[in-house]
Write a protein that binds this ligand. Structure first.
Ligand code: ATP
Length: 235
């Protein structure tokens, strides 16, 4: 579904990602692991169109590199960004409506908002309150729901467990497992290696802007070597 080839990502004069290849098939959950500053967010930004990049990113065989952010969203790319980035001053309801802003089927959108509220009642109970009043975990749920309300074909999740308590993290990964059951295609960026490996089919490890290893999740066993690699431990 998504094919990335020779991707380089730039922030001004800095080349943050140095020509990587990533492939994601329909219904797969692919995980991108790596230490701080490895280039994970930069990679996601090049897919959504918010960072300057060269190389190719193809969605269903069509190169999307020349498309605007909005056009990529219309083609089915959605992101729950690092740090949630919900609209804190807007109500919870308006955040959800914003998620579906590109859609024309507003009646269906309204129904889907109610369906999501039945999954996460807090979003309904407090729908008219500013989204910034939600807890970190609730904001993460809202960020994922907002992304899903655009009806994506592929969902990019940037560190959804960052800063969350273990119980809330478990809930976030439960949601990812549910989405997988519904055959959502997911590219997951995580630092929580164990939890990420549990939900992923395929793993890429990014180090200093380059892929240092990749393979089916089974290739990495219990993930302990992977964790050592990410923490720079040499045995
Ligand atoms: P983290 O887990 O800390 O978010 P990451 O793997 O997502 O890290 P990126 O955020 O993609 O890494 O950063 C990759 C490199 O690009 C880093 O050296 C970072 O300092 C640099 N970088 C990222 N964004 C910018 C920017 N807007 N301007 C300049 N340099 C940037």
């Amino acid at each position: 579904m998504l094919q990335i080839e020779s991707l380089k990502v730039f922030h001004g004069l800095i080349e943050a990602v140095h020509g990587i290849d990533i492939k994601i098939s329909k219904g797969q959950c692919v995980c991108l692991l790596g230490p701080n500053g490895a280039g994970k967010t930069s990679t996601l930004s090049s897919i959504t169109g918010t960072a300057r990049a060269t190389g190719s990113v193809r969605l269903d065989g069509n190169d999307i590199m020349a498309l605007s952010i909005e056009e990529r969203c219309k083609r089915g790319i959605a992101i729950s960004p690092e740090g949630r980035r919900i609209f804190s001053n807007l109500s919870i309801q308006d955040n959800m409506i914003m998620g579906g802003a590109i859609r024309r089927d507003k009646t269906r959108l309204a129904q889907e908002i109610e369906e999501w509220i039945s999954h996460f009642p807090v979003l309904g109970e407090r729908r008219n309150q500013p989204a910034g009043t939600l807890s970190g975990g609730e904001q993460q749920m809202l960020a994922i729901v907002r992304a899903l309300l655009s009806k994506p074909r592929i969902l990019l999740l940037d560190e959804p467990s960052l800063g969350l308590a273990p119980q809330i993290t478990a809930r976030v990964f439960e949601i990812i497992r549910d989405l997988k059951k519904q055959e959502m295609t997911i590219l997951l960026v995580e630092q929580n290696v164990a939890a990420a490996m549990e939900v992923s089919d395929y793993v890429y490890v990014l180090n200093n802007g380059a892929i240092s290893s990749h393979g089916d999740v089974g290739k990495f066993g219990d993930g302990s070597d992977l964790m050592d690699e990410l923490m720079g431990v040499h045995r």
